[in-house]
Design a protein around this ligand. Structure first.
Ligand SMILES: NC(=O)c1ccc[n+]([C@@H]2O[C@H](COP(=O)([O-])OP(=O)(O)OC[C@H]3O[C@@H](n4cnc5c(N)ncnc54)[C@H](O)[C@@H]3O)[C@@H](O)[C@H]2O)c1
Length: 334
């Protein structure tokens, strides 16, 4: 990520703060009167474009701004609808998919709130974000606690001024035959995988409304789409997340809040290690057997989809399910 600078300007009575990414040779104040928001153009003082930011996002109106050169061509490297400047809260980001997602958001200029029950893991995620020049905050958080949701959302708002995106990622995985699955396991797993998503969606929605809308991304699984032996408990929880996503999407659509679910196959984290150990296979063997593309997912394969669902480029998508499985669910291998 390049150096990140901000320009604040008032245009026709409206305050706009622009995040400039990958700035070269730019003294930001020189540009304050050079930005024509009505046309979405940024002009350099010299009229040339060799020292212009390659991406902007307005922190006030949350729009990506496209930049054009003097001939009207869109400038190379300009990204519309990116996530720069958005405040993104990710649960369970002290490891695995959540950590990779937090790092990717930060690298793209988002302000990332990392939450986890694992304080050491969560702090390590934020340390890696800060040392790469990004912005991040860690908050200790058990997603099954309503009181803790209330606290961490208020803390996140007071630090970053609001919340634009919630990634309900935290989850646990138990594989057990039906006969051996205990009620205690059932209640514990549901309190995290399902109640956590319910509480997060319920309590973050008013914060998103204050920003004029936002995106909620819920981590389900291919186990929420298809049955697997030993997965009564986990599969039921991910199936609940799948349909809860659509119910909440229906309810919040008129407030410009989008809600979508993600359904990965095995992703190379501690969870896949656990599944592979039970199956008596290596991760490579599982990838070859289960996935038409021949490999298990990397955490970044999932993070890429999450970042897209948080960006303005996905602003017509809600109530949908995004299968990230290298073709495993939809392709029959013969
Ligand atoms: N890895 C996979 O193969 C895979 C596949 C499909 C879906 N998923 C889902 O993706 C999500 C992330 O999985 P992962 O593979 O990164 O797992 P992981 O075990 O590597 O990380 C999960 C994180 O969630 C945290 N966590 C656990 N309980 C919590 C709680 N009560 N409150 C807050 N944080 C808590 C853990 O401390 C950990 O840091 C989960 O919802 C999982 O079900 C994973």
């Amino acid at each position: 990520m390049g150096e990140l600078k901000e320009i604040t300007l008032v245009k026709e009575g409206e305050l706009h703060r622009l995040v400039l990414d990958q700035v070269t040779n730019l003294e930001s104040t020189e540009y304050s009167d050079k930005v024509d928001l009505s046309r979405g153009e940024v002009l350099s003082p010299s009229g040339t474009f060799d020292s212009i930011a390659t991406a902007t996002n307005c922190l006030e109106c949350h729009r990506g701004l496209e930049m054009h050169d003097m001939t009207g061509q869109r400038m190379e490297g300009v990204r519309m609808g990116n996530v720069a400047g958005k405040v993104v809260l990710i649960t369970g980001a002290g490891a695995g998919i959540g950590r990779a997602t937090a790092r990717m958001f930060a690298a793209k200029g988002a302000k990332v709130v990392v939450t986890d029950v694992d304080e050491a893991g969560g702090r390590a995620t934020v340390d890696s974000i800060l040392s790469a020049g990004g912005e991040g905050l860690f908050l200790t958080h058990d997603v099954s606690s309503e009181e803790q949701w209330t606290r961490i959302l208020a803390d996140a708002e007071s630090r970053f001024g609001g919340i634009d995106v919630l990634v309900n990622n935290a989850g646990i995985y138990i594989i057990a035959p039906l006969a051996d699955t205990t009620l205690e396991q059932w209640n514990r797993l549901f309190s995290i995988n399902v109640t956590g998503v319910f509480l997060g969606s319920k309590h973050v929605a008013p914060y998103l409304v204050k920003r004029g809308g936002g995106s909620i991304i819920n981590m389900s699984s291919v186990a929420g789409l298809r049955g697997t032996a030993g997965h009564t408990l986990y599969g039921a929880s991910k199936g609940a997340v799948r349909i809860m996503t659509k119910d909440i999407a229906a309810e919040l659509a008129n407030q410009n809040i989008r809600v979508n679910s993600i359904h990965p196959t095995y992703v190379k984290t501690a969870m896949a290690d656990y599944g592979a150990a039970i199956a008596g296979l290596t991760l490579d063997e599982m990838g070859e057997r289960m996935v038409p593309l021949g490999r298990l997912a990397e955490p970044d394969d999932v993070a890429n989809v999450i970042v897209f669902l948080a960006s303005d480029e996905s602003n017509y998508l809600t109530g949908s399910e995004f299968v990230v499985d290298g073709g495993g669910t939809s392709i029959i291998s013969v």
